[in-house]
Design a protein around this ligand. Structure first.
Ligand code: CA2
Length: 145
């Protein structure tokens, strides 16, 4: 638990690397997990990546993380902009939380500019492609001592 990071991904992110590469790039969630494992190794952190298209499942996993993870990296996808339930679940998690967006949400439609999750996140990374996840892992390496 002490050295485990949970990397959560919300709806449609299973399509990463498979559709709309002009926005989301060519790399998949499997590539994200590999990259995070590599960075985690530098800090003695282990990681597990999960993706769900269902809000309640993401909430359940955040609850599980209370017992199982030292930190959370989360790309809530479109739920960033709508989900008070995910925000509330994250507020019940005591470790550091880093929010990641592959695209720069501030350069896109105005409805993407607000994120409920940002009200809880200790850090937010947007627009760095999938490298954002590795950057988040590095940040957790500093925060989780
Ligand atoms: O930029 C991000 O990471 C987002 O969280 C991605 C969400 C979007 O709703 C947020 O506003 C920003 C969408 C994920 C959809 O992912 C796809 C990936 C490839 C092809 C189609 C969708």
């Amino acid at each position: 638990m002490d050295r485990n990071v949970l990397i959560l991904n919300g709806p449609n992110l299973n399509l990463l690397g498979k559709r709309q590469p002009e926005i989301y790039g060519y790399e998949t969630l499997a590539d994200v997990e590999d990259a995070c494992r590599k960075v985690g190794g530098e800090f003695g952190l282990d990681c597990e990546l999960r993706q769900s298209n269902h809000e309640g499942e993401l909430v359940d996993w955040i609850h599980e993380a209370r017992e199982e993870a030292a930190g959370i990296i989360i790309n809530p996808g479109a739920y960033s902009h709508t989900s008070v339930a995910i925000l509330d679940a994250l507020k019940a998690f005591e470790g550091p939380v880093i929010e990641v967006h592959v695209s720069n949400i501030h350069k896109r439609e105005s409805f993407r500019h607000h994120s409920y999750v940002s009200l809880r996140a200790d850090g937010v990374i947007a627009g760095c492609g999938i490298e954002g996840y590795s950057l988040a892992m590095r940040r957790l390496g500093s925060l989780v001592k």
